[in-house]
Design a protein around this ligand. Structure first.
Ligand code: UD1
Ligand code: MG
Length: 460
């Protein structure tokens, strides 16, 4: 190994600038664009405002996503700027060759570090391509209200460019087994193609997971903001700026340890840092966009962000998790969405009828939101009855029966927020805050699991 001076992160500083631009851009551009969206019929009724409900611009995630993608495209040269400098200053392979300095040319070639990282560029470009596809899908959904079983496979297709780059860069498909399972499976298991299926389903889950935890002012953006902050914090943990905190080998973190090659990544290894830096570059402007949109989407909302935002943000998370190889950690940040999705399964797959909107009901007298219900005009089918009774037993839905107490007339919808409201009706902004807090607590738990329990289950 050879040690280099402590690293600095000029591209990261630039990225902070881009994030601020994203935030200010959303803050000022969104109100200014609203009328144009309404004129094109991109508008929606704020359903939880009773008689005061107004029609407001929908699909404001579109300027969010477009602005974000535009900024990320302009950002592309920054992480690579050190290579421009290298050749200008006589460093790197190009520089050494230009100087005719054979000794350093040989060294640079042997180390092979300062050659242009095409892989990283490919990751960047494929990520942007996946984001573009997701944004397009979201926009089409806003315009045409695509049936959800039709839109399910689209994020899978959107993830193909990313998976291809994953494959090209070595494509590890082995997973390390927890210590307790090693006697059965061995230390590692190669999942092969299954791993690719898992990763493509990740994008389907992250996009739809956000889209179905929606319908209350500020909720879509609020949850995305907490997830983005969690991912960014997790990335920051890998930067060599925490000499003595979370990781052992404090010295090694301040040096760039040049790898001998081979797939095993050491903590503090340059490749690991690069991966998380790349993820951080994507999260910064996303946080900016979310903050700016949240300002306008917060109760009482002046705009809706629409499905465009849900698909765009969900895909951004899948993208960084796949390119950064931390999909399991990402899933830990999606605990409320996983819960909401699993609870929704009976409605999504037709065991229990699913109304077009499952959002809460407003009680105009108190201004509080009450749980919404699915109402049965005629006695429901047997499979529905069995499902609902089982869920009611677990405290996950509340059933009302007809006068004879025999057949079910209604059951509360199977969503996370309905469940919260069953136990405690509250105002719309309080509900959003509650779910954001849950999301935050989920992330705290995620860090505990990831860095506390995981080190017991896996060595190191
Ligand atoms: C998903 C949910 C649906 C929920 C809807 C709300 C599933 C399977 N689908 O459908 O139950 O009702 O999101 O977004 O769980 N709206 C508000 N206030 C808000 C946000 C949205 O009233 O804060 C209403 C507006 O009328 C808006 C509409 O919801 O126009 C948008 O619904 P859309 O995003 O198209 O619904 P889906 O994503 O299909
Ligand atoms: Mg939606």
């Amino acid at each position: 190994t050879r040690t280099l001076p402590a690293p600095t992160f000029p591209a990261l500083e630039a990225n902070v600038g881009f994030s601020i631009v994203a935030f200010l851009g959303m803050l000022y551009a969104v109100p200014w664009m609203g009328d144009a969206f309404v004129a094109k019929d991109l508008k929606g009724l704020d359903l939880l405002k009773g008689v005061h409900g107004t029609v407001i611009p929908e699909c404001m995630g579109l300027p969010g996503a477009a602005g974000y993608i535009g900024l990320m495209i302009m950002f592309i040269p920054f992480p690579f700027s050190k290579y421009f400098e290298d050749s200008l200053n006589g460093w790197g392979i190009e520089g050494a060759a230009k100087n005719g300095d054979l000794e350093s040319l040989r060294m640079e070639q042997a180390v092979g570090r300062r050659t242009f990282p095409h892989q990283e560029l490919a990751l960047f470009l494929s990520s942007i391509l996946s984001l573009l596809i997701a944004t397009l899908l979201g926009f089409l959904d806003d315009v045409f209200d695509i049936r959800w079983r039709h839109k399910l496979p689209i994020p899978i297709i959107a993830s193909i460019p990313l998976l291809m780059v994953y494959y090209a860069e070595g494509g590890l498909t082995t997973v390390v087994m927890p210590i307790g399972a090693r006697w059965l499976f061995g230390n590692t298991v190669n999942l092969g193609p299954l791993y690719y299926i898992y990763m493509s389903l990740l994008s389907t889950f992250s996009t739809n997971g956000i889209n179905i935890l929606a319908g209350v002012n500020g909720l879509e953006v609020g949850q995305a903001l907490v997830i983005a902050l969690s991912v960014a914090f997790n990335d920051a943990l890998y930067l060599p700026i925490w000499p003595r905190l979370a990781f052992g080998e404090p010295g090694a973190l301040n040096e760039l340890v040049l790898l001998e090659g081979g797939p095993v990544l050491r903590r503090g290894s340059e490749e690991l840092i690069q991966r998380h830096l790349l993820s951080l570059y994507f999260m910064g402007p996303l946080i900016g966009v979310c903050l700016g949109l949240l300002y306008h989407n917060w109760f009482p909302a002046r705009v809706f962000v629409g499905d465009t935002f849900c698909y765009f943000a969900g895909m951004a998370f899948a993208v960084v998790a796949i390119q950064g190889h931390f999909s399991k950690t990402l899933l830990l940040f999606f605990i409320p969405q996983i819960f909401n999705f699993v609870l929704s399964v009976p409605q999504l797959f037709g065991l229990v009828p699913c109304p077009r909107h499952r959002l809460p009901k407003l009680d105009p007298a108190t201004g509080l939101l009450q749980p919404s219900t699915v109402v049965f005009a005629s006695p429901p089918k047997r499979k529905t009855v069995v499902t609902l009774k089982l869920l009611a037993m677990l405290g996950l839905t509340k059933i009302t029966y007809d006068k004879d107490g025999k057949s079910i007339v209604s059951a509360t919808n199977l969503t996370l927020y309905t469940l919260i409201l069953v136990y405690k009706p509250m105002r719309e902004d309080k509900l959003t805050m509650t779910i954001m807090w849950l999301q935050f607590l989920g992330s705290v738990m995620a860090f505990f699991v990831r860095y506390g329990i995981a080190s017991l289950l896996y060595d190191g």
